[in-house]
Design a protein around this ligand. Structure first.
Ligand SMILES: CC(C)(COP(=O)(O)OP(=O)(O)OC[C@H]1O[C@@H](n2cnc3c(N)ncnc32)[C@H](O)[C@@H]1OP(=O)(O)O)[C@@H](O)C(=O)NCCC(=O)NCCS
Length: 142
């Protein structure tokens, strides 16, 4: 198992994994793919990220069903956070449905929609793709 930065050829597979997991994939551009996990030549996990100045949107964390509960999701989030810090991001935001307890354990806090910075609010995922009942969370880095 190897966690690495994505290559162009990983994108279709990663996008298909998102769609299979019921996550928003329509607007998921190749640029958003931040890290993938590869096992025996197959992509088994992926995480997306949009850096928007000093804030960023974690989107589309997905781990293949047969590979879950082995710490892979946690490792991907940790790699992503380190990468975000290097890019000057000071707070990561995300939207989730049903997985808020997972992110609470990773140090994310539930936030009110009124607290969401405009850069995040204007993303397609936030503005159009994620339903009103999604939980908004964020974590300050550093
Ligand atoms: C959510 C998801 C990414 C977790 O990935 P994973 O690699 O299985 O998670 P990890 O192995 O890193 O789990 C770490 C911890 O979280 C717990 N956990 C895993 N999935 C959880 C869930 N859905 N809800 C609450 N806790 C969860 C694990 O039990 C583990 O706890 P422990 O450290 O106390 O043993 C994966 O289940 C998934 O792809 N789900 C479908 C897509 C999705 O909803 N993504 C979130 C979009 S924002």
């Amino acid at each position: 198992m190897k966690i690495r930065r994505p290559r162009e050829a990983d994108y279709p597979q990663a996008k298909a994994m998102l769609a299979d997991a019921g996550l928003p994939a329509e607007d998921f551009a190749a640029d958003y793919l931040a890290f993938v996990a590869e096992d025996a030549g197959e992509i088994v996990a992926a995480v997306g990220f949009q850096a928007l100045g000093d804030v960023g949107l974690l989107r589309s964390l997905v781990v293949a069903e047969g590979t879950r509960f082995k710490g892979l999701g946690r490792q991907l989030v940790s790699e992503l956070e380190a990468h975000a810090v290097e890019q000057g991001v000071r707070e990561i935001w995300l939207l989730t449905r049903g997985v808020d307890r997972y992110f609470l354990a990773l140090g994310y806090a539930t936030r009110d929609r009124a607290q969401v910075p405009p850069e995040i609010r204007n993303t397609t995922e936030f503005a159009e793709l994620c339903p009103e009942d999604a939980t908004v969370m964020s974590k300050k880095l550093g």
